[in-house]
Design a protein around this ligand. Sequence first.
Ligand code: TYM
Length: 331
Amino acid sequence: MTQPRLYSGIQPSSGSLHLGNYIGALQQWRTMQGDFDAFFSIVDLHAITAPQDPQVLREQVRTLAAQYIAGGIDPERSCLYVQSHVTAHAQLAWLLSTITGFGEASRMTQFKDKTAKGGQESASVGLFTYPILMAADILLYDTDVVPVGDDQKQHVELTRDLAERFNKRFGSTFRQPKPVIRAEGARIYDLQNPQSKMSKSADNDKGIVWLLDEPAKTAKKIRSAVTDTEGSIRADKVEKPGVTNLLGIMSAMTGTSVPDLEAHFEGQGYGVFKTEVADAVVAELAPVRERTLELLADPAELDRLLAANAERAAAVADATLRRAMEAMGLR
Ligand code: TYM
């Protein structure tokens, strides 16, 4: 029996994943991969919507591949590949852009967030049309499920709308994908500013836990996380965003539910609480960090794996692209 298809990806836009990417994406990918025919991409075409240094980008692609594998993605079983190695992505994105409304694309909140600081004048057209490329990624693989953090939900919904519109206009071509967003850890917040999501573009590095940071540094960042003056350890997003975020992180790291953690920490102070959260994060991330560094010692093997998997991916993607082109009257 064929398994349902899973597709997801992360941008190689920094030297290390952060804890939000790890919990929102990689950790749930690892859990799900056994039950799905899974494709995990390194979305370098998305990463170049922000200015890049070519040499640094190349290194970050390898580093991300190593983190996928170290985080538990099995590259023999799941197809782990680099988006730009499969030419169909950019081609289908063009086709889909012709059925996407300008107003519809303008409503994407991530574009608004990403241009909030610098203004839209300095943003590229690629950053604006980025969700259409993401739709192409997903639709090329006849995807059933897309595990992501909740900041990507709107993009998966756009993907569903485009699939439906295309199928209506040109005949049944694409499968309808569904987002999969975990209950605990759908959004991890900045440790210093727990009203904002943890993001690689934050101003203050102290609020971000990087997967490849030294464990001592990670522990220190968590012990310095902003909390509140109330002193009780309970989840309350409005009144206690810092404590709630740490409870969510601990729950994702240990698999213990937030109510059970609240019971466990009853009567304890923030010092003990933060130390336990720090220990749980380090216990989970330190082995992943070490394995990543080992894998990076053999870049030729990583390149070989990525090349072999790009062929597997292209075989699927090219067939879907051909179907879409024919449906549109292009062949
Ligand atoms: P990106 O690279 O920004 O983030 C990768 C994944 O990490 C999740 N994430 C978070 N989850 C919880 N808390 C956070 N603070 C947090 N920050 C990031 C994101 O939701 C995402 O799952 N457009 C996508 C990449 C992409 C993609 C795709 C994803 C391109 N094509 C096709 C799925 C399917 C992005 O920029 O993710």
